[in-house]
Design a protein around this ligand. Structure first.
Ligand SMILES: [Zn+2]
Length: 710
């Protein structure tokens, strides 16, 4: 992908909520713009009677998820969600499944219906309907994809074959970046960390086939086995491209050696969390000094960004190492690596079946433990969202996002921002001078709810019916061109980094904005029929989470305008580190899977956001209850007090289960803690939880050493 990953928050320098690790649910659509929830039918319930209404979602608090045999003060996650995996075992085509996945599958079904409605080639379609309908229909045409075989890629293979010397590499590497092949490194644009008004080019480490650097370097039996299986996978793919058995095996070994050498000069995922580690402004000449083996001026010209004179070289050591590697590797091996990177980067759904299966077998089955590939229609819905997501989103929100949802969410966001303002006032560890700055930043946060004010213009993108792979390439070129032409231009602060149907949310430190796509503003996260306590526990916690990202270990290093600048007094910065060390220790003590503990430093930002977010949501709920005269400790017909409903809703944000292979991958690559600890790790730090459930001091959910940053 040419879209750069510089701050390794998540994709494109954003800190997210990450709801999607798992997947379903059930809200009936009333009219065209308003959803209500109904009890979710599990697979057994569906087969027993009702065929299942795919347009339903779970309600704010679902009592069927509770395991009342568990003691909430001992293991709250088990109490709030213990029954969920029994109702919803992980489907064979998933590596995890949970509340977010229920909502995701509900949305997926809605998008499927929308796309089926516009896929037929008829004149009455609007330009957007034609775009998404043709993209989807072409992706679904398995027979045409199978019949085309590898022919659509022949031009790309010819380009590689035509390379006669290492000086020919530059043109090919530039072309690769435009079609989302990250051979050797990654390239894109970003807001300048030091001047957020400016868009600059950025080059970063890349070029690996495995998910992360440490997959190549980690010792131990499990890691060694994964590497062997990866080499076998490369061998199989090369054979499917037509190589003889022995040549494929020997080439795969060479590719593994080359990627391992790239891994050796790459920065580890935790170090990349510090913005100053991945920010090194340089001139093109300085970059050329690090990697003279690549003709950088030509590279920028070829990628359509000739104006680049200064850029961010995120990891200079990598580019130095890359040069040595290009010098020492023979041209034939480089060409084999380029062919591998090309086929590896091509989405399986537009490849012939045998390649698609082999790709799934390693990346889906071996790495994530997923028994079965997902249905083609699901993959094509996701591919359409990925390629032309704002066109799909524009059609989606017309039918599925109500003005009321937007207006009530805006109100909640304001309440939670008020709560943070007050919370800053009460912090004992922060000095008055830093408090002034923190409030200044808080009041500059831009709230983006539902969908963008201005929709992306896709009129120059050509989607051709019957050319699935060509569509993937043209959509990549369109998007990369759109990104790269931003270089040197003023920043568009209205831009979104997620599509409207996405069931997730994010904070972007350079924009200083919080973003909640329509997809996450659905039941149970936001349920118009639920109590306030339930909604504050669900989506309120999500809002607080994104807001807190502006003040986590990374976000705190940016000011209200999105510039990397130290607005803290030295003393307060030191105190902040001490406060967050408490969370590093707390989460670092949790065992995620067999021999693997959570990386407390990698997950620090997300854990801080989870903790601060829920506290802010609770404070906002208290203020709301006071206004409305609601007693937080009086049970209603649900049998729970509003305080209990709040914490149960928080817990039920994260119900679900994860396959061990996926869990291992998550702990090694994902800055979010596994679901169980997102529930328990937070309530352990809130004495209000212990009070709500009558826990005794010293019980597991009410420890003496609770952490409190925000
Ligand atoms: Zn987050």
């Amino acid at each position: 992908m040419a879209v750069i990953i510089n701050l390794r928050l998540n994709t494109a320098g954003r800190a997210t909520l990450e709801m999607l690790a798992g997947t379903v649910a059930v809200c009936a659509l009333i009219g065209a713009s308003f959803t209500v929830c109904a009890p979710v039918l599990s697979a057994q319930e569906k087969s027993a009677g009702d065929a299942g209404n795919a347009s339903q979602l779970p309600c704010g608090l679902d009592k069927r998820f509770l395991d009342t045999s568990a003691d909430p003060c001992v293991n709250f996650a088990k109490y709030a969600c213990g029954n969920f995996p029994k109702l919803y075992p992980i489907p064979a085509d998933r590596s995890a499944f949970g509340t977010g996945a229920l909502v995701f599958e509900h949305t997926e079904t809605a998008l499927h219906a929308l796309l089926e409605n516009v896929e037929a080639d008829r004149p009455a379609r609007t330009p957007n309907e034609r775009l998404i309908g043709d993209y989807y229909a072409t992706c679904m045409d398995k027979d045409a994809i199978q019949a085309a075989g590898l022919k659509p890629l022949q031009g790309e293979f010819d380009r590689i074959a035509a390379i006669k010397s290492k000086s020919d590499l530059t043109g090919l590497l530039a072309h690769d970046q435009l079609i989302n092949v990250n051979a050797f490194f990654s390239y894109g644009e970003q807001q300048d960390f030091k001047d957020a008004r400016k868009q600059i080019a950025v080059v970063d480490q890349g070029g690996l086939g495995l998910p992360e650097r440490d997959y190549y370097l980690r010792s131990g039996e499990a890691a060694e086995k994964t590497r062997q299986e990866y080499v076998q996978h490369i061998t199989n793919m090369l054979k499917l491209l037509g190589e003889a058995d022995t040549a494929a095996a020997s080439d795969a070994k060479k590719i593994m050696e080359l990627e391992t050498a790239l891994a050796n000069v790459s920065m580890d995922i935790t170090s990349q969390r510090d913005p100053k580690n991945v920010y090194h402004p340089m001139t093109v000449a300085e970059l050329a000094g690090l990697t003279p083996g690549i003709g950088w001026t030509k590279f920028f010209e070829d990628t359509g960004a000739p104006a680049v004179s200064e850029l961010n070289v995120a990891n200079p050591d990598f580019f130095k190492g890359l040069n040595a590697l290009i010098e020492s590797t023979d041209l034939e091996t480089i060409k084999t690596y380029l062919r591998w990177q090309l086929i590896h980067s091509t989405p399986g759904e537009v490849l012939p079946t045998d390649l698609d299966k082999e790709q799934f077998n390693f990346f889906g089955h071996t790495l994530r433990g997923q028994p079965q590939q997902r249905d083609r229609w699901k993959r094509c819905v996701a591919a359409t969202d990925g390629a032309v997501g704002e066109a799909l989103g524009e059609v989606y929100v017309k039918s599925y996002f109500s003005a009321e949802s937007k207006q009530r969410t805006v109100q909640m966001v304001h309440d939670i921002e008020d709560a943070m303002d007050k919370e800053i006032g009460t912090l004992t560890w922060m000095s008055p001078a830093t408090k002034v700055k923190a409030r200044e930043k808080l009041h500059m946060v831009a709230d983006k709810i539902g969908y963008p004010d201005h929709w992306r213009d896709y009129s120059s993108l050509k989607i051709v019916r019957g050319d699935a792979l060509g569509n993937v390439v043209r959509a990549a070129e369109f998007e990369n061109h759109r990104q790269l032409t931003k270089i040197g231009k003023p920043v568009d602060r209205g831009e979104w980094g997620m599509t409207p149907p996405t069931v997730d949310a994010y904070y972007n430190p350079s924009m200083n904005d919080i973003n909640f796509p329509a997809g996450i503003l659905q039941s149970p996260f936001f349920d118009p029929g639920a109590t306030d306590a339930e909604n504050y526990g669900h989506v309120g916690g999500v809002v607080g989470h994104e807001l807190t990202h502006g003040f986590d270990d990374e976000g705190r290093k940016f000011d209200g305008s999105g510039n990397l600048s130290d607005w803290w007094t030295a003393e307060d910065a030191k105190k902040f580190d001490t406060m967050t060390d408490c969370e590093v220790k707390e989460y670092g003590g949790f065992t995620a899977v067999a021999d693997v503990k959570i990386n407390g430093k990698l997950t620090l930002g997300e854990n801080t956001a989870d903790n601060g977010g829920l506290r802010l949501a609770f404070l906002a709920l208290l203020a709301d209850a006071k206004r409305k005269g609601i007693d937080m400790n009086a049970k209603d017909e649900s049998g729970f007090t509003p305080a209990q409903q709040f914490f149960l809703a928080h817990g039920q944000n994260w119900c679900g289960s994860t396959r061990p292979e996926q869990l291992r991958l998550q702990v090694q690559t994902d800055p979010h803690s596994p679901r169980e600890f997102r529930i328990n790790g937070v309530v352990q730090n809130m004495p209000e939880f212990g009070q709500a459930f009558g826990c005794k001091a010293g019980q597991p959910m009410m420890p003496a050493n609770a952490c409190h940053v925000w």
